[in-house]
Design a protein. Sequence first.
Length: 166
Amino acid sequence: MDTKDVTINANDFEYSFSVGTKFGQLSASETLAETLRNRLGLTGSKEACNEGACGCCTVIINGNAVTSCMTLTVDCDEKNITTIEGLANPETGELDPLQQAFLDRYAFQCGYCTPGIIMASKALLDKNPTPTDTEIKEALSGNFCRCISQYHVIEAVSDIAKGVQK
Ligand code: FES
Ligand code: FES
């Protein structure tokens, strides 16, 4: 019987999975959110709606912000994935400036949505380092927060866009 492998690169580490229906194999219907959280222990990306509506599970795949609950892992073969765990400096532990800006601006409360919002913001800033507030709002239009008004988030992302160091 043919077996297929899927190899993903998550936060600069390579992981290979055998696809199939046997115990331990990657099911063809397994989502990337499930793989990241349940197999790799990367629990920063949150599963909430599981239908692409809230953005809590957002990760970056080959430079684009993607909802991992709506992405099949088998479709991520040979792709580069960055999760919230991949932002801090792996050697020093220093936070990414965007993470620090969220802290400085108190841009979260319970924090459940925050990894997804940061990853969507990161994808935006990587493509467009100086977005306007309107562009920031558009980029984050798929990310929902139950706790706070979004303006703290806009301020944090805008600080990075303007090069503000607090
Ligand atoms: S959990 Fe993926 S969009 Fe809500
Ligand atoms: S900070 Fe609680 S859901 Fe956004």
